[in-house]
Every structure is written in structure tokens, then in C-alpha cells.
Design a protein around this ligand. Structure first.
Ligand code: BGC
Length: 559
């Protein structure tokens, strides 16, 4: 059953899925809702609280479904509306919530709104999009997809006008100055919430409005509309959430939380590349610096932390120097680069080094926010950099060592994308079945970490204080919530490291390691010395001394 806590998302572990990539129920080579329903037990076993589904609406699939042709239908290849409802019921029965992408900013040029709009200046839908008789209007707005687009305007010979688009030229932007558009999208949202969805990952929210002389991002009008969206949720759909995709600097993302009256959650984009920089350089500064740039957010809000997703590992929020460093380190082969970023999966980025994979996951599980796992990263799936666009990280989920990795029983030639089959990451070596069968695999480790995380609300709700021991290769922070104090220690270096911590404030308490429940030596006024293996980490619960001087807090069985 679903938890009834309205702040459930603060403790939740999220899991991102593309319906087409997860499991094929009808053998046509494309994943579908029927297949997904069959895998819910797996997600429950893993400990997932909320699934984020990528767009599953009818689409010409020129941007893998983010080019929506009809907001109110399910794409035929994924199933029927009844199957979606059945899927939602089955997920909810297992205590799993489901959010889906809501693509507010644009539609496909195949959407009937655009088809009608372009047909005549008198069309009632003309005002649904942003038109101009020249391509110089809003000239201060940057181009986002710089590897494919030359301008934010495209000439439409049928409309005999330029139309505005922040992404691909086949994705015209909706005109939010038009009240009918604003209303239509509110109705779209209500439609899906009425089907039982638990909220939305709102795509590309900074770009809803345009104003001459501005960069056309994060405008006040955008926030006014998004607050209206939130009001609708609060009035009629308590417990449902809005998650913002705003790839911006934290101070620009902060207004998307409003006074707790806009988004419940937002991705922390700039933190993500700094986690990779930290582990690559063995230096905690990039990570701590990012938190010094991260403002406080209202108590009913939450960051969403991630290592990878369906897009390129974006370097938009990096300086030129940082970008060069990331490319040099993680994408020397130009085939690995897409737009301003790197289209690779977690395991290959980290050279399949289990220690680094654990370390980075440990960071997103313990820093302030709720973690999102990208499907397949829990088993260390690989990528295929030969595929176009971002397809290399969207290949079929690897379930077993059977045909097509157990994803589909179709003729392999019919698969929507080839399954990864190389000797290191191929489905014969990397799959759920084999990792479930052995106790110390990455998958079992992820399951264990998720379980432990859930036992301590301090991970999702606690404050954070960084300690700054002399050894800068070790990242140390304290998370506090109610009467729990957790001490998190991460060695970002590829060699063993000692660290001396000033824990005077906690003198008398006993650190208990959360995974094995071993008791560490009691904290005193003196420097507390820990040694860490290469890329090692500790999750320690600082259990206070009992008033009578005895240890308490966990059962004494570990003794
Ligand atoms: C999505 C991308 C998509 C873009 C345009 C992004 O925010 O994550 O996959 O290409 O929006 O819709």
C-alpha cells in the first residue's frame, strides 16, 4: 500500500524507466505496459518507491517521445489506456508510485494543434504557437541543441511564417501567453491525474514564456503559471507531486520551489558533473563548493539527485575548463559526446570499477535530496556509442542471458535498438538474473543500500554540515534529523587514506556502521581517526551515550 505521508517524496527512491526499453510483453521488439507490469515485482524487491516514466504518448519519435503528437493518448506500441490504469493499480498495490513526463514547453509538429495552426493565420489554433515574420525576434535566447539547430526560429512554408522552438525544429514551442494553451495544459494534467498518476516530471520548464530583451529563461510569467499548476494539484490532488527539469544554476532553480508553493522537487543538475569531477580528481572541493552555491529550500521541498539519465551527461552548468576536464577524462572518443555532454552510462564512465560505482551511488544516497536510479544502472549496464543521438544509453534492459537479454522473445532484428552484446557489458555477463543469484553483486549492494537508506529519515530530511579535515581527499558530512545524527565519510581517492576528524561535539557517542552494525570506538574529545580503503566510504550512526553512561540505540547482538 502507498504511504499516506504527504511528504513521501522526501524519503523516496526513484527509478527512471522508458516503457519501450524495459520489457516487451507482446513480442514485437518494443517494450510495453504489459511487460512493465510483469517487472513490478522486481522493482518492489529492489525497494523502489516511485517510478518516473518517460513520455509514452503518441509521437513521431523524432525526439524519442518528447515530441508529443497527442497529450491525451497512449502510443499504440506501448499499450492501451486500460493497460496504463492496470499498471498503475498494480504499482500502487506494491506501494510504488508513478510519475510521468509532462512536456509543457512544446509539441511535435505532427500535433493537430500545430497542423491546424500552420494551415492559416485565421485558424483558431494559430495562437497556440509563437510566430514571427523574421528570425531575429528574441535574439538573446541561446540555442540549446547546438549540435543540431542553427536558430530558435524555423520557416514554415505552409504558414508562411517563422515559428519559435527552443529544442528541435520539429518541436514548436507552445505559446503560454495564450490563455487557451495554459488551460489546455492544465486539463492535460488533470486528465492524467484522474487516471491515477502520482505526478509529473515537468520537462523543460524554464522556457515557457518569451520576452524581448531577455534570455527567455526563468521569466516571472513562467513562475506565475507554474504556481497556478501547483494550486490545482493542492486543491484537487493531494499527495501528487511536481518535479522540475530546470537545467540551471541552483540560484536560478531556487525560485521553482517558490515558498513551497511551486514545485515539490527539482533536479540538482550542476551537482551531478561535480560528483564525477570529485571522484576523478580525488578532491572534495568541487562537491562542497556546489553546496555553498545551493540555497536553502522550503521544508516541504526536495532536491532530486542523479548520476545518469536518458539524456547526455549534461555539462551545460560547467565552466569551459571544467567541460574540457570532463571530456578529457570521460569522453576522449568524440563518439561519446553529444550536444554539450557525454552520452554514456554510469558503469562505462567509471571504467566498470565497482568501487567507484559504489562510491558515487553512496553520495547520491546520502547527500540532501532523493536519489533517482536510471534503469539498468543498478546492474552496471553498458552503452553503445555507435548509436545515434542519445540512443546509446537507451538500449533494452538486460534481464537474463537468454535471447535479447530476456527483454523480448522477438527476432533480434526486430528490437527497437540492439541489446548491448559486447564482452564486458553484454547481456550474457551483465543481467538481473545472474546478479540476483549471487549475494555480493552490484544489484544486491544497491538493494541493501536502498534498504538501509529507508531505515533513516535523516537521509531524506536531515540538515547537512560539512566537516573539513586536513586530508582533502576525504569528503565528510553530518546529516541531522530529530535525534538522529549520521556521519558520512567518503574517500574520493584511488588509494587508502587516513583522516582525523574533530568530533568533539559528539564526544561520548558511539559510531555504528549502518551496513554491518559494527560498533566503532567511542568518540572522545581527541581527534577521531578513521582509515578508508581506496574509494571507501562509511555510513555511521552516531549513537549517543545513555544518560547512565551505557550504550544504547541498537540491539547488542553485534557485540
Ligand atoms: C528531455 C530530452 C528532450 C528535451 C526536449 C529534455 O528536457 O530530457 O530528452 O530531448 O527535453 O523535449
Amino acid at each position: 500500500m502507498l504511504s499516506t505521508d504527504p511528504l513521501w517524496y522526501k524519503d523516496a527512491v526513484f527509478y527512471e524507466i522508458h516503457v519501450k526499453a524495459f520489457a516487451d510483453g507482446n513480442g514485437d521488439g518494443i517494450g510495453d505496459f504489459q511487460g512493465l507490469i510483469g517487472k513490478l515485482d522486481y522493482l518492489q524487491w529492489l525497494g523502489v518507491d516511485c517510478i518516473w516514466l518517460l513520455p509514452f504518448y503518441p509521437s513521431p519519435l523524432k525526439d524519442d517521445g518528447y515530441d508529443v503528437a497527442d497529450f491525451l493518448q497512449v502510443a499504440e506500441q506501448y499499450g492501451t489506456m486500460d493497460e496504463v490504469r492496470h499498471f498503475l493499480d498494480e504499482a500502487h498495490r506494491r506501494g510504488i508510485r508513478v510519475i510521468v513526463d509532462l512536456v509543457l514547453n512544446h509539441t511535435s509538429d505532427q500535433h493537430t494543434w500545430f497542423q491546424q495552426a500552420r494551415s492559416s493565420p485565421q485558424s483558431p489554433k494559430r495562437g497556440f504557437y509563437v510566430w514571427s515574420n523574421n528570425d531575429r525576434t528574441y535574439g538573446k535566447a541561446r540555442i540549446i541543441f547546438i549540435d543540431t539547430e542553427k536558430s530558435n526560429w524555423t520557416w514554415d512554408p505552409e504558414a508562411k511564417a517563422f515559428y519559435w522552438h527552443r529544442f528541435f525544429s520539429h518541436q514548436p514551442d507552445l505559446n503560454y501567453d495564450n490563455p487557451e494553451v495554459r488551460q489546455a495544459m492544465l486539463e492535460t494534467m488533470a486528465f492524467w491525474l484522474d487516471q491515477g498518476l502520482d505526478g509529473f516530471r515537468c520537462d523543460a520548464v524554464p522556457y515557457l514564456f518569451e520576452r524581448e530583451g531577455t534570455i527567455c529563461e526563468n521569466l516571472p510569467e513562467t513562475h506565475t503559471y507554474l504556481k497556478e499548476v501547483r494550486r490545482k494539484i493542492d486543491v484537487a490532488y493531494q499527495g501528487r507531486i511536481l518535479l522540475a527539469e530546470a537545467n540551471q544554476w541552483p540560484t536560478d532553480v531556487r525560485p521553482y520551489f517558490g515558498d513551497g508553493d511551486e514545485f515539490h522537487m527539482a533536479f540538482h543538475f550542476p551537482l551531478m558533473p561535480r560528483l564525477y569531477m570529485g571522484v576523478q580528481s580525488g578532491n572534495r572541493d568541487p562537491i562542497i563548493d556546489m553546496f555553498t552555491h545551493t540555497p536553502e529550500i522550503p521544508p516541504n521541498c526536495q532536491w532530486c539527485l542523479f548520476l545518469r539519465n536518458h539524456d547526455e551527461l549534461t555539462l551545460e552548468m560547467c565552466s569551459g575548463e571544467e567541460r574540457d576536464y570532463m571530456y578529457y577524462t570521460y569522453a576522449r572518443d568524440p563518439k561519446m559526446r553529444r550536444n554539450i555532454g557525454i552520452a554514456r552510462r554510469l558503469a562505462p564512465l567509471l571504467e566498470n570499477d565497482r568501487r567507484k560505482i559504489e562510491l558515487l551511488n553512496s553520495l547520491v544516497f546520502t547527500l540532501p535530496g532523493s536519489p533517482i536510479i536510471y534503469y539498468g544502472d543498478e546492474i552496471g549496464m553498458g552503452d553503445n556509442v555507435q548509436l545515434k543521438d542519445r540512443d546509446g544509453v537507451r538500449t533494452p534492459m538486460q534481464w537474463t542471458m537468454d535471447r535479447n537479454g530476456g527483454f523480448s522473445n522477438c527476432d533480434p532484428a526486430r528490437l527497437y535498438l540492439p541489446v548491448v552484446a559486447d564482452p564486458i557489458y553484454g547481456y550474457q555477463s551483465v543481467n538481473v538474473e545472474s546478479q540476483k543469484a549471487m549475494p555480493h553483486t552490484l544489484l544486491q549492494w544497491m538493494k541493501q543500500m536502498i534498504k538501509v537508506r529507508k531505515q533513516h529519515p535523516a537521509f531524506g530530511r536531515g540538515t547537512i554540515t560539512f566537516l573539513r579535515p586536513a586530508n582533502g581527499r576525504v569528503l565528510v558530512y553530518v546529516r541531522r534529523h530529530e535525534d538522529t545524527t549520521l556521519l558520512l565519510v567518503h574517500n574520493l581517492a584511488g588509494s587508502a587514506q587516513p583522516v582525523e576528524l574533530d568530533l568533539k561535539e559528539f564526544a561520548g557517542s558511539t559510531p555504528v556502521e549502518l551496513l554491518g552494525e559494527a560498533r566503532f570506538p567511542r568518540v572522545t574529545e581527541r581527534p577521531y581517526v578513521l582509515t578508508l580503503a581506496a574509494y571507501g566510504y562509511y555510513w555511521l550512526n552516531l549513537v549517543p551515550e545513555h544518560p547512565r553512561g551505557e550504550f544504547y540505540g541498537i540491539e547488542q547482538t553485534a557485540l
